[in-house]
Design a protein around this ligand. Structure first.
Ligand SMILES: Nc1nc2c(ncn2[C@@H]2O[C@H](COP(=O)(O)OP(=O)(O)OP(=O)(O)O)[C@@H](O)[C@H]2O)c(=O)[nH]1
Ligand SMILES: [Mg+2]
Length: 1133
């Protein structure tokens, strides 16, 4: 196979119908990169002998060492099938959960994907996840069942058993697809019904979904994986073979004379061959017959493997298959090599997979209207609400045209860093003949000189070698020295330049052209995610070009496309232009694009919907340079890292620490390596992982720590404890026995009563799941309040909000929660978190449900300050009293909010100074009087010219303002007071910490099962489920594990089980730690059980104190108690 030239590729890029943009998706280690190797070797980029060993697309060192892919990377391949030529832009993606964001970036650029499933492990959690991602992006999948050799060699299944096993896997994966499909159809149907109610006639062209009628009459057969539809390939990537049943159907239709079409339908399934009648009959097992697939396909493969391992009849098989095996392979001692040589000729995997891709996956021209609309409509908007110019662009997407007039639309899904040295224009160009000759001459001369000096100095023990490699090495040396002698200055300068290039990371945008032709040097708009064509279009002068002044337009900049590249795995090839439908690399966007962006020549283009990321960044560490002076490099490095990774978060905490937030341990390690070796290039020290906690409250317990009912026994320490508690609460704050906290602002103008209540678990979960929706509601409400003409709200969004409200109502039942849902004032922290603020006092009405249309335009005395209360609540929920971690599942109810007239007046401020009412100010007379006197004297002193005959009313008002002034602005006081009130209200209830939990699925064989359990229980893991994988001796264990205990877990499991089990941890939920961090024994029973000091382990307190220590907060710890040891020592002296 000859290498395809760049020129050829450029030609292929122009034939859009022959392009396939695909990615390979699977669970970790199911063989994606190995499969990619096989496909690459078909293009001669790597040798077929190395395919599967090289893992060419894993170009990073750590990827090779660890054996897992961490970055998705792309390569373009050329494939010829019959008289058709195809260009396949292939993207290999990582399977490890930590890198699932890389999958999202890959999927966005593709039209189809290959799902790989390990024949032994079957459908795994990530298989499910990637299938869902493919589904969300509306790209079409095909299936490769890989590692079938393991069924033969490892599991030693018979062909019949293997058939059943494979059937099982297919059923599993189809069940997944079915679940995705059904939910979607139902959703679509509901939407259609709603639509047809409101809009009676839609243009026939707009009919997007052909399944409008519902499930019964929906043709979903093309969605499922089935060998007879040609979207399944059975393969062993490592042995280089793979086939779809079409291959065998063709073969046997000639051999046994049954029609090709019939065979295609019956080769997979419960059919058998009646040899006498030469007929295919249905029903295999009942008659004890072999299914066709076993008889005609699997039996052959099994006997080939047997023959090769036993080294019998190999030649016979080879000749009967009509293959030619090289002498080297046929005599090779390792049967694997022979197998590979035979199989890859007999059933070449690349042919099978690539022809399936070309037949079954769509070209860029087949992009569906549905997908286009999804890409174009961000958030709550409907396609119809977009400006007409924008709607017109839909047809450009659909045409995917490469004509000069077509608008250019490009999506950048990630930025990746490459060493500047690796860029084509920085690479050393091959030497010309003359240069080579010149160098050779120099080298020879030098060599001769060296030999002469050597002989003169010492007698070498080694005879001068005649070995050719030695000579070349010497010449190399000679060349170096020669250069040093002759052109030292030159070397110096080139060194400096080189070093500069060394240190430089160049960022390439990983992108796809959706319409038009991008050209090198072209000017183009960069549209940020918040860019809104509706708002900006009229600001731009039509005909607008990228050279216009863009400072007026928010979220839009203009840049020049400096370089365009063809992505070829580790290599980049420079291109002049790239037509629509291709994946490409773009240089020079470093300063314009952070992680992803939309580029277009048309300002009407909307930004694409953001990528769906599945992973939640949860592992955070603080980093600092070993040498403080390296700080600037570190900061720069972190910025680069942030740009180069789609998922990492880089932030500076309030404490000044530089923090990295990553998706998991493996991801963390990669980020740190990158930071140290590529981006910052300084020594760094890394803190232990910062484990996130949440703070919450619970209902008072019914039983005590020794499981006795509370209330029945004598309370020994009750008095002692209550005293202590009272000490905590400062003066001026009243806490009643029910936990209602009443507190006034420092200037005593307002009084708040707040109570905290735990939210039911389901509500907390609902809030968490719907945080995006809550954020959208918040945005809608703000724009309503500002009386901005807000854009039309998507009906779907309204429905979702209604459903959300309904669910909340369902879950907030009972006397306590009467009318609660309607009284929701805000969510927090950050206005979208899992805590609720309710108002429950007369004379106020405000609702988060405004956006549903029941807006209350209410003017009341509270109105000017309600933002302060909400802000106070936001602050309180952002950091709780236990260890300043965010709250979760807490409801604060404001039961009273009184503002005195003065306070009110302060709100209206100086504007109304003339119409000031008589100030009644009974409650706080004492304080006011004393301070007004002071204020007064100061005032008079300062301003002696002031007339004495001022009206007393005016005077008093003036004084009040001054009083207020000494405590700062009133709104600020309210914020602080609200925050305090929330905190004390919390502390009046039993507080608990919540720990982040991972779920993990571990596959382990029976013999290591015990060890897996041991590790799990040591780390406080809880096993949820254990089941045996059908047809294997592998157990699947599902467990939950606190994040706090998870560091090193994967490694420990791997070590203890000698690598036989390896878990993947995925963040799942927050769980309350049942122990009370402030617990001290209070009853006699508890005293008896735990002792007076109760110094047995309290997990929650340990966690809490660790966090407090890290944050530099006061930690209540008894360092030495009773100090008996010391006393004895001193006496002995
Ligand atoms: N027996 C057998 N082993 C295979 C086959 N294909 C791949 N492997 C092995 O499976 C392991 C993982 O292969 P990779 O190609 O790196 O898997 P991957 O899906 O790219 O893994 P990640 O990128 O980390 O998700 C390697 O050790 C391969 O040698 C196969 O067909 N048969
Ligand atoms: Mg891989």
């Amino acid at each position: 196979m000859v290498l395809t030239s760049v020129g050829k590729m450029v030609g292929l890029q122009k034939k859009t119908s022959g392009i396939r943009n695909i990615c390979i998706l699977a669970h970790v280690d199911h063989g994606k990169t190995t499969l990619a190797d096989c496909l690459i070797s078909s293009n001669g980029i790597i040798s077929s002998r190395l395919a599967g060993k090289l893992r060419y697309l894993d170009s990073r060192e750590d990827e090779q060492i660890r054996g897992i892919t961490m970055k998705s990377s792309a390569i373009s391949l050329h494939f010829v099938k019959g008289d058709q030529e195809y260009l396949i832009n292939l993207i290999d993606s990582p399977g490890h959960v930590d890198f699932s964001s890389e999958v999202s970036t890959a999927v966005r650029l593709c039209d189809g994907c290959i799902i790989v499933v390990d024949a032994v492990e079957g459908v795994c959690p990530q298989t499910q996840a990637v299938l869902r991602q493919a589904w969300l992006e509306n790209i079409r999948p095909v299936l490769v069942i890989n590692k079938i050799d393991r069924l033969i060699v490892e599991l030693k299944l018979s062909p019949q058993e293997a058939y059943l096993h494979l059937k099982n896997i297919l059923e599993q994966i189809n069940a997944l697809t079915g679940a995705l499909f059904t939910s979607k159809v139902l959703e679509e149907r509901a939407e259609k019904e709603a639509e047809s109610e409101s809009v009676s006639d839609t243009a026939p062209g707009d009919q997007i979904y052909d399944w409008s009628a519902g499930l019964e009459d929906t043709d979903d057969s093309h969605l499922y994986f089935s060998p007879e539809h040609g979207n399944v390939v059975f393969a062993s990537a490592i042995d280089g073979w793979g086939f779809g049943i079409e291959h065998f159907a063709k073969l046997y239709s000639q051999k046994i004379g049954i029609k090709h079409a019939v065979l295609l339908k019956t080769l997979w399934g419960d059919y058998f061959l009646n040899t006498k009648a030469k007929k295919i009959m249905k029903g295999d097992q009942s008659k004890g017959k072999k299914p066709l697939f076993v008889q005609l396909v699997l039996d052959n493969i099994w006997s080939l493997y047997e023959a090769v391992t036993k080294r019998e009849k190999i030649e016979k098989i080879v000749t009967s298959l009509g293959l030619k095996i090289g002498a080297r392979e046929s005599r090779h001692a390792d049967p694997k090599v022979q197998l590979n040589a035979i199989c890859s000729q007999w059933l070449p995997i690349s042919d099978a997979v690539l022809s399936m891709v070309c037949n079954k996956l769509p070209s860029p021209l087949d992009i569906t209207a549905e997908r286009v609309e999804k890409l174009m409509c961000v958030g709550a908007r409907t396609f119809d609400s977009l400006p007409p110019e924008t709607q017109e662009l839909k047809s450009a997407f659909m045409r995917c045209s490469s004509e000069g007039t077509a608008p250019v639309i490009v999506f950048v899904s990630k930025m990746f860093a490459v060493d500047a040295k690796a860029l084509p224009h920085n690479k050393p160009r091959p030497l010309t003949q003359e240069e080579i000759a010149h160098r050779r001459e120099l080298a020879k001369r030098k060599h001769a000189e060296k030999l002469a000096t050597n002989q003169g100095k010492e007698l070498s023990e080694k005879p001068p070698s005649a070995n050719s490699s030695e000579v070349t090495r010497n010449t190399g040396d000679a060349e170096g020295e020669d250069q040093q002698l002759t052109g030292q200055a030159e070397v110096m300068t080139s060194k400096a330049v080189k070093q500069e290039a060394d240190n430089k990371e160049s960022f390439i945008a990983f992108a796809r052209v959706f319409s038009g032709v991008v050209q090198r040097g072209q000017k183009i708009f960069v549209l940020g995610p918040k860019y809104d064509p509706a708002e900006s279009l009229h600001k731009l002068s039509s005909p607008c070009s990228a050279t216009n002044d863009l400072s007026l337009v928010p979220h839009m900049t203009c840049c020049t496309l400096e370089n365009l590249y063809l992505l070829m795995g580790r290599e980049l090839e420079e291109l002049e232009e790239v037509p629509a439908g291709n994946v490409l690399g773009i240089g020079g966007l470093q300063d314009f694009v952070l992680k992803s962006a939309t580029l277009s020549t048309s300002p009407a283009c909307p930004p694409f919907t953001p990528l769906n990321f599945e992973a939640t960044p949860i592992v955070r560490v603080a980093v600092e340079p070993k040498h403080p002076s390296d700080m600037p490099q570190l900061v720069r490095g972190m910025k680069l890292l942030n740009q180069a990774d789609p998922c990492v978060q880089v932030l500076i905490q309030e404490t000044g620490e530089h923090v990295l937030v990553t998706a998991g341990e493996v991801h963390l390690q990669r980020c740190l390596d990158d930071l140290k070796e590529r981006f910052a290039k300084v020594e760094i020290s890394v803190s232990a992982p910062i484990i996130p906690f949440r703070e919450t409250i619970t209902r008072p317990p019914k039983v005590d720590m020794v499981n006795e009912e509370i209330g029945k026994q004598q309370k020994v320490a009750v008095i002692h404890q209550t005293k202590e508690e009272q000490n905590k609460i400062p003066e001026g704050i009243q806490v009643d026995s029910d936990g209602l906290v009443t507190i006034s602002t420092p200037n005593k103008q307002a009084t708040l009563s707040v109570r905290a209540m735990p939210l039911p678990e389901e509500v907390t979960r609902l809030l968490e799941e719907n945080s995006d929706l809550i954020r959208t509601m918040e945005q809608l409400n703000t724009s309503l309040n500002e009386d901005k003409k807000s854009h039309e709200i998507n009906r779907k969004t309204v429905e979702r909000i209604q459903e959300f409200k309904h669910k909340l109502e369902q879950n907030l039942q009972g006397r306590k929660w009467r009318n609660a849902v309607d009284q929701i004032w805000s969510f927090g922290p950050r206005k979208c978190g899992p805590n609720i603020l309710l108002y429950n006092f007369e004379g106020y009405k405000r609702s988060v449900w405004q956006c549903l249309g029941n807006a209350v335009k209410e003017v009341s005395r509270y109105r000017d300050f309600d933002n302060s209360i909400v802000s106070g609540f936001q602050l309180a929920t952002l950091s709780g009293p236990m260890c300043e971690e965010p709250l979760m599942g807490v409801c604060f109810i404001v039961e009273k909010w009184e503002i005195n007239k003065v306070g009110e007046m302060l709100s209206t401020g100086s504007q109304h100074s003339g119409e000031c009412d008589a100030v009644e100010h009974k409650q706080n007379e004492d304080t006011t009087i004393t301070s007004t006197v002071e204020a007064c004297s100061v005032n008079e002193h300062q301003d002696s010219s002031q007339s004495v005959s001022k009206s007393s009313e005016k005077m008093s008002k003036h004084k009040e303002v001054l009083v207020a002034d000494c405590y700062g602005p009133f709104s600020g006081q309210l914020i602080a007071t609200m925050k305090e009130a929330c905190r004390y209200a919390l502390q009046a209830k039993p507080q608990r910490l919540m720990a982040a939990m991972y779920t993990c699925e571990i596959m382990a064989t029976a013999e290591v099962l015990g060890r897996v359990y041991a590790v799990l229980s040591k780390r406080e893991g809880r096993v949820l489920q254990e089941e045996m994988k059908e047809g294997t001796d592998v157990f699947i264990i599902k467990a939950v594990l606190p994040v706090a205990e998870s560091f090193g877990f994967a490694d420990e499991i791997r070590k203890r089980t000698s690598g036989l089990a390896s878990p993947q941890l995925v963040f799942s939920h927050w769980e309350i730690i049942s122990s009370d961090p402030f617990w001290v024994p209070t009853t006699e029973e508890e005293y008896l059980h735990f002792g007076e000091k109760a110094d047995s382990e309290n997990q929650a307190r340990k966690y809490m104190n660790a966090v407090r220590k890290r944050k530099g907060l006061y930690v209540e710890e008894k360092i030495v108690e009773h100090a008996e040891k010391q006393r004895t020592l001193s006496r002995n002296k």
